[in-house]
Design a protein. Structure first.
Length: 371
């Protein structure tokens, strides 16, 4: 899903011409798929690796177990193109319930990938990884805003920090550079990727409308009024390409978001209007508990409109909505540093979200809301 040809604000940054070969690890995820597509559309040779098979990828995809270093080394060293990797985009992630488990598994993914690339003798020049608002304590409650990249680390260990430390050490040893990008609330669409705020809102709205109910914010009144921001997946992909080659991005951390802030209280009435729905006051609920009980309503919509038939439990991660719609503290990060370094793309979040909802309807991911 790319829309930048009609989107003011995307394209303000001149991106580099092809100069190497890109490997996107985690190319089946939301962030990874957009990065792979962006590089590919710019003419770079792109390979992607993830565990599952991908249909209709615009780049060369390989299915592999990232934790099997020996097999991964063999794949890279024996595959034309892969053994020429100069740029690694690392978007792999495995969810676990506790921080120690998150650290163990996600550090292992990164270490295995770096070991395999080293063993295969690739001419690696740059690695891009992704972090996020949890680096500042978003998941813990109130934190200092606008958060800056120079803010101190949290006291509790987090895999963002351990991965960054691993990468700094490996970069110094291996003679390559790295960049860590910190988006927030990434919006876009990737098939089979439920960790997606866009689908949380869209599917919730579609089910509500099918039941003849108004559009209601499903979180707390306090969360309705806090300041928030999001990062468009295509904007993040463009930042990824920029970071991979920009001199000022080497060995740096950057916050990346659309460049504006909003309150849900401003957007929710606009969503209702766009979807042709009545708007009503907030109705606090647990989406994770409530919406799975309404799977039959969604299945009815899929059948009626011939929608992409994704299993309902794989379609949306309702916990994403529960967390964000119950978070009662401002979540704002400064993007001064990335703009001073040269990345200038910006988006109006309200306009962009409505544009993305329309594209999801066109692609038969969401049902038509009008007519």
């Amino acid at each position: 899903m790319t829309l930048n040809e009609n989107t003011p604000g995307l394209g303000l940054t001149e991106l580099p011409a092809p100069d190497g070969t890109v490997l996107v690890v985690g190319d089946g995820g939301l962030i990874g798929s957009y990065a792979a597509r962006q590089y590919s559309q710019l003419g770079w040779p792109v390979h992607g690796i993830s565990r599952r098979e991908l249909a209709d990828a615009e780049w060369t995809h390989h299915s592999a177990d990232l934790l099997d270093t020996e097999a991964l080394t063999e794949l890279i060293s024996s595959t034309e193109g892969l053994k020429d990797t100069t740029h690694l985009v690392f978007g792999a992630y495995i969810e676990k319930p506790t921080d120690p488990e998150l650290i163990e598994i996600n550090d292992a993914l990164l270490i295995s990938t770096l070991d395999a690339l080293k063993n295969a003798g690739v001419p690696l020049r740059h690695v891009t990884i992704y972090q996020g608002g949890k680096a500042y304590g978003h998941h813990l409650g109130f934190f200092n805003t606008p958060a800056k990249e120079s803010d101190p680390r949290l006291l509790a260990p987090h895999f963002y920090d351990t991965q960054e430390d691993i990468l700094r050490e490996r970069a110094e040893e291996g003679g390559f550079s790295f960049t860590a990008l910190r988006p927030e609330g990434v919006t876009g669409y990737a098939t089979g990727n439920p960790m997606n705020l866009l689908l949380v809102i869209g599917v919730y709205a579609a089910i509500s409308k099918e039941l003849g109910l108004p559009m209601r914010f499903p979180g707390t009144r306090e969360a309705y009024d806090v300041l928030y921001q999001t990062t468009d997946a295509e904007l993040l992909a463009r930042a990824t390409v920029w970071a991979g080659s920009a001199e000022k991005a080497k060995n740096e951390i950057f916050n990346v978001n659309n460049g504006d802030q909003f309150r849900w209280a401003q957007l929710w009435p606009r969503f209702a209007e766009h979807f042709g729905m009545d708007y009503a006051p907030t109705q606090q609920m647990s989406l994770s508990e409530t919406i799975p009980q309404l799977a039959h309503v969604w299945e009815r919509l899929v059948e009626r409109h011939g929608l992409v038939d994704t299993p309902f439990d794989k379609l949306v991660g309702w916990g994403v909505g529960d967390f964000l719609f119950h978070h009662e503290a401002d979540n704002i990060t400064s993007t001064v540093k990335v703009r001073q370094a040269g990345f200038a793309d910006v988006l109006d979040t309200e306009t962009r979200l409505l544009q993305l909802f329309d594209r999801l309807v066109e692609d038969k991911v969401l049902p038509p809301f009008r007519g």
